[in-house]
Write a protein that binds this ligand. Structure first.
Ligand code: NAD
Length: 462
């Protein structure tokens, strides 16, 4: 993927800045109609986009279809933004004085996306920002930019005017262009911790509004009263789907009480998964790169040497016809301790850590000590246990008998603790807050000849 040059980048921002002057004046219902055409085009091309994702990201085709579908759903929610974009009003806050607030677009906004959701995450960004009246600079992950290329081509077909949605390519240099450009007002980032922290700091230092969604370590609790098959199928699917390369992958399962004896069942289910290339009928697809494979294998070796029990080892998995593929098969550790590297690091690979607790209280405390707070889940048939969990757990997206609780688009993506920097969430009402700013007008229209008294005192409204 070519690295955009600084002059080319400046040209893109200048196009976005010019387009903002007219795009913000386009009536909201017209902006929504353009989005509606875009949603129809995305829907028409969803199979093509899914195949592109499988080709360049490697995830399985059914998984890639989910990636596109959930992105389209978020864009569809943008069609409801006309009422969400309404401001607030109050009559007679003082004699003859009314106050009303408008939500105004910010100007040029920018998005920086990770490799693991080539369609969904860019769609969280530019569709909602532009329906609010902003113009956009999108930087896809350089590892999977083909899908973004195609999606941005479709914005032209939908009728977005030139300059409203712009795609720029590259890695760190492009990110720095974004963070330092004075005409970019807001930056949305989704990706790893180190990069997200850097982006949040540098962007904020430069006076931009920044939202940074980062890494995770998502835990599931299995209670002794859980429906065994249902819970184990859910946990194992969420641990190994997309080879664990999801920010909401369940990478730790806390087995409460007697469920510690269920580890062999977890291993049997994990072993039944077929590893191979995403375009074939497989369950576990390759990792994104050679470096990712090497990193995951190194962490597996470290876990074993630190004393966790390696009960299923996916290293060295053989995939006929693909001797050089970035494959790691499903891997399960038992008796993992909080001090082990496999627990402390986000592995972002097909590795499930099993831990044990005697009580739900112990399990909740273990999860709450973890610095990340993206997602979590409990499997139980007890309403009381579920309610205790939802109330006491310190993670922003909670599943009750649901393994990957990514909220529907009318809610927001609400990871917390170390999984987010910035206080405004992606999509849903969070997007509306992030992509607009308030302007509040205090207006006095009197129908009498009375004049203000001459005074230097601070005005009070009585
Ligand atoms: P990454 O941080 O390596 O890359 C993300 C983006 O940052 C890319 O566009 C990349 O070009 C850019 N980038 C990479 N290195 C950079 C650097 N040194 N300086 C500036 N920019 C840089 O992340 P990734 O590997 O593409 O994605 C995986 C990560 O994303 C995981 O940690 C995962 O948990 C996280 N993620 C989080 C969420 C969420 O909503 N919390 C969702 C999906 C993925």
């Amino acid at each position: 993927m070519p690295q955009i040059t600084k002059p080319e980048f400046d040209q893109a921002v200048s196009a976005a800045k010019t387009a903002f002057k007219t795009w913000r004046e386009v009536p909201v219902m017209s902006r929504i109609r353009t989005l509606q055409k875009y949603v129809s085009l995305l829907t028409k091309h969803q199979e093509e986009l899914a195949r592109l994702i499988t080709l360049e990201n490697g995830k399985t085709l059914p998984d890639a279809r989910g990636d596109v579908f959930r992105g389209i759903e978020v864009a569809e929610h943008g069609l409801a933004f006309s009422s969400l974009l309404q401001g607030e009003t109050m009559e007679t806050v003082a004699k003859d004085i009314d106050v009303y607030s408008y939500r105004h677009p910010l100007g040029v906004c920018a998005g920086i996306a990770p490799f693991n959701f080539p369609a969904m995450i860019p769609l969280w960004m530019y569709t909602l920002s532009t329906v609010c009246g902003n113009t956009y600079i999108m930087k896809a992950s350089e590892k999977v930019a083909g899908c973004a290329n195609r999606m941005i081509e479709l914005t032209k077909e939908a009728g977005y005017p030139d300059g409203v949605i712009n795609l720029v390519h590259g890695g760190k240099d492009t990110v720095d262009f974004i963070l330092d450009h004075p005409d970019i007002k807001a930056v949305s980032f989704v990706g790893s911790n180190a990069v997200g922290t850097y982006i949040h700091q540098r962007g904020s230092h430069n006076g931009k509004r920044v939202q940074s969604n980062m890494g995770a370590k998502n835990h599931a609790i299995i209670m002794p009263d859980a429906e065994k098959e249902d819970a184990l199928n859910a946990v194992v699917g969420a641990a190994f789907g997309a080879s664990g390369q999801r920010c909401m992958a369940l990478s730790v399962v806390v087995l409460v009480g007697d469920t510690k004896s269920w580890v062999p069942d977890i291993v049997a289910k994990a072993r039944s998964f077929k590893t191979g290339p995403g375009h074939e009928a497989v369950d576990v697809s390759p990792l994104i790169s050679v470096e990712a494979k090497q990193r995951v294998e190194k962490l597996i070796a470290q876990g074993a040497s630190e004393g966790a029990s390696l009960v299923l080892d996916g290293r060295g998995v053989k995939v006929p016809g693909y001797p050089n593929g970035n494959f790691v098969g499903p891997t399960v550790f038992d008796n993992v301790q909080a001090s082990h590297a496999v627990y402390q690091e986000e592995i972002f690979g097909p590795v499930l850590c099993c831990m044990h607790a005697d009580t739900i209280q112990e399990a909740i405390e273990l999860i709450n000590r973890n610095p990340w707070g993206n997602g979590t889940a409990i499997f139980t048939r007890s309403g009381a246990a579920a309610r205790k969990f939802q109330h006491e757990i310190e993670a922003g997206q909670v599943g009750i008998n649901v393994p990957i609780p990514v909220p529907s688009p009318m809610f927001s993506f609400t990871g917390n603790k170390g999984s987010i920097r910035g206080d405004l969430n992606f999509y849903g009402k969070g997007a509306l807050h992030f992509f607009t700013e308030w302007k509040t007008i205090t207006a006095r229209w009197k129908d009498n000849p009375e004049a203000y008294k001459l005074s230097t005192a601070f005005p009070t409204m009585k």
